[in-house]
Ligand binder design. Sequence first.
Ligand SMILES: *[C@@H]1O[C@H](CO)[C@@H](O)[C@H](O)[C@H]1NC(C)=O
Ligand SMILES: *[C@@H]1O[C@H](CO)[C@@H](O)[C@H](O)[C@H]1NC(C)=O
Ligand SMILES: *[C@@H]1O[C@H](CO)[C@@H](O)[C@H](O)[C@H]1NC(C)=O
Ligand SMILES: *[C@@H]1O[C@H](CO)[C@@H](O)[C@H](O)[C@H]1NC(C)=O
Ligand SMILES: *[C@@H]1O[C@H](CO)[C@@H](O)[C@H](O)[C@H]1NC(C)=O
Length: 379
Amino acid sequence: MTIKFLGLFVLTFTIFTAAQRTCPPIVPEPTQPARTKRQLDKNKDGSSFLWVIEDTYAGKTFFDGFDFFAERDPTNGSVEYVNQTVAYANGLAYVTDDDHVFMKGDQWSWLDWGVNRQSVRIESKKHYTTGLFILDLNKAPWGCAIWPAFWTVGMPKSTWPCLGEIDIIEGVHDNSHNQVAWHTAPGCLLTDKPAVNFTGTKVHSNDCDAFINHNAGCGITDWSRASYGPFFEAQGGGIFAMKWDENSIAVWNFYRAAIPRDITTGTPNPDQWGTPSAMLDSAGCNIPRFFANHSIVFDITFCGDWAGNSYATSGCPGTCPERLRDPRNFENATWDINTLKVYRKQLFSGGVVGSHNGVGRASHFGWAWLLSLWLFAGP
Ligand SMILES: *[C@@H]1O[C@H](CO)[C@@H](O)[C@H](O)[C@H]1NC(C)=O
Ligand SMILES: *[C@@H]1O[C@H](CO)[C@@H](O)[C@H](O)[C@H]1NC(C)=O
Ligand SMILES: *[C@@H]1O[C@H](CO)[C@@H](O)[C@H](O)[C@H]1NC(C)=O
Ligand SMILES: *[C@@H]1O[C@H](CO)[C@@H](O)[C@H](O)[C@H]1NC(C)=O
Ligand SMILES: *[C@@H]1O[C@H](CO)[C@@H](O)[C@H](O)[C@H]1NC(C)=O
């Protein structure tokens, strides 16, 4: 087994895998057209839509939207996930006066052999079915023995993997390439290049089925060295964006100097961001039937199924249990977050939808042009 293969063991709720081998079909909800103004994007069928803000997680109220998960790590990490009270008391979760949201692994305690290191895992109270998730962060955790993830997963947990799992930021040790992955019920396949465009490299299998290949799922390694670890941090962090709709699930990342203006202005249009790092396209996977009711999760674990099993070949010193003992090894086990914004898709029915002929496109273009003029000329 290669490290990359092990890499896709990922975040599984292992206790459920043995029990459940089939999934009832998800029945997708119909999307309602809406009447709104501003930037337009286009579906494959030609209909227009835009992304409007639904939730902002930021500053002093960031943690209000999350539950602290204080149970045994399902990925077998040498971690003690603590509840909110302990996390606050021990400085593992806090918000600074200038609204940086921090989550950390314990960076202060020397541990006896075999003792787990304290850390934090949080899960959004609200569940989402589709959306545009934009995380602005200054630092993501990295370093030997450290395994962080920012991901979404179907709730309740007992349904896993029937409602799907989307791993947006994930890696171990000193990796400098982020890995995006999907874990689903049987029947969802990743369509590779050149039929579908993404800049990353497919990791292992095309089959996202979590019941096979030891839950390897299907994954894509980011092309950019600035997508994970020390290089991402050296850029001052940046943006990770995950777009999930009926057409595809795609992930982009931008280091700070390259953040598109439409993100900064709060009117995101992924259509203008160029080729994504990773994409699961509806060509091989009926997205609405494999993904629903996701909670947003941040965690930092140590050793375990990925960081532990790959430790010996990682180039990191000693062994993972040894590494775990010294708090100085965890100085970079830190999430430093500015905002997490969730946008929802609204179909546009402003008199241009349904025009598939040349005239319609021209008037559509005129509309978009006028609206963007209005947008950019605004205060
Ligand atoms: C998602 O959650 C809603 C609200 O709890 C529920 O009605 C719906 O059946 C769930 N969808 C799936 C596919 O489980
Ligand atoms: C994680 O540990 C459980 C038992 O605690 C075990 O059944 C499972 O196989 C382990 N996962 C992996 C991927 O080794
Ligand atoms: C949080 O965890 C601590 C330590 O396990 C425990 O004593 C405390 O009762 C917990 N608090 C809540 C609110 O669950
Ligand atoms: C992929 O990108 C290339 C270069 O931009 C473009 O020529 C090609 O049409 C794209 N393919 C698809 C399937 O979108
Ligand atoms: C933490 O990050 C700093 C800055 O990149 C680096 O010099 C240091 O070696 C890192 N510490 C560990 C334990 O990885």
